[in-house]
Design a protein around this ligand. Sequence first.
Ligand SMILES: [Zn+2]
Length: 405
Amino acid sequence: MSYHIDMEDAAANEPVLLSKHSKNLLRFLHLLPARMASHDNTRSTIVFFAVCGLDVLNALHLIPPQMRQDIINWIYGGLVVPRSNEKQCGGFMGCRAMVPQTDDAELQECVRAYQWGHLAMTYTSVAVLATLGDDLTRLDRKNIVAGVAAVQRPDGSFSACIDGSESDMRFVYCAATICHMLDYWGDVNKETMYQFIMRSLRYDYGFSQELEGEAHGGTTFCALAALELSGQLHRLDTCTVERLKRWLIFRQVDGFQGRPNKPVDTCYSFWIGASLRILNAFELTDYAKNREYIMTTQDKLVGGFAKWPQSTPDPFHTYLGLCGLAFTGEPGLSDVMPSLNISMAAYAHLKQLHESWRLKGDENTTGASPYSIATTPELLDAAMEQQMKMCDDSETSTSPLISAQ
Ligand SMILES: [Zn+2]
């Protein structure tokens, strides 16, 4: 006799195992399992998924104070500060393999040639610092943003690092997150960045990773988030916005897929969900079906979420699955700021820092940040109006941005 178990029906009533997910993520702050050894050079992304995941789970208190300080110090240990006669390679590294624990000055000097910031590692490192409540005073914002500007290509896209790499929408997103979080854009060319993004809009109204590529859910998120973070979302006309919403909404099967005719995957509950949140259209999706799919990928034994049912959970899908559930208002989870992919609490901390930097750099600056993200259509309209006014005024008045310290 055989028994048929309908996994989706069973999953619909499953609770989110909050404490198991917390334990699962906490484990990655202590050790990296052997099967994930290949991620060693991008360790700060693992720390990002673990720390920000614990934040969304309202479980940051599980990181003891000393360990929290150790994580902050470890992050700062990957900061690259170029000398005035060196190329602009400021930013964070993903691991500490190129930071030898030695007093040998000759060796340190030798290794220095292999140290440079990486946009994705810089984004995740600053996000972790903000989430842990650090005041970012150990950062030279001007130097880091100079490193971002140095890897912008003539077509407006960005490479990951000064040593050369692919240049595509992923790094356009990382560049926008860094500049937004540091509240400083320096020599980054927002206009060519915008042009690159718009040239990547495909015939079906999703964005591709590079020019002439296929529209993709992940890169559509990167494009929309970069537009929002750089204060340029209002440049999309109504017709384009409606067609983008249509492409995004059609990615829902039960969970979400990244491209037409592809299987659904837990992480797209974030990529597509966040894109729709940015466009104020997430409420047009089926929350129950979305949750049902994500819950089929929950590991009930060790916690965590996988991309597919019966697959091995990993920090990436665990974090993005939690964010996808947070968008649907799942009890016990904190809301997530869609375009920065950090909790709203962490974002509020960042906004406080921005305010203090502005006050410190320009005592006449007292208003709200002109680059704060609007969260309702009414606020979006008001913010667009204000931004357009600022563009008009820019010829005759001083920049609203203070100089980075
Ligand atoms: Zn995935």
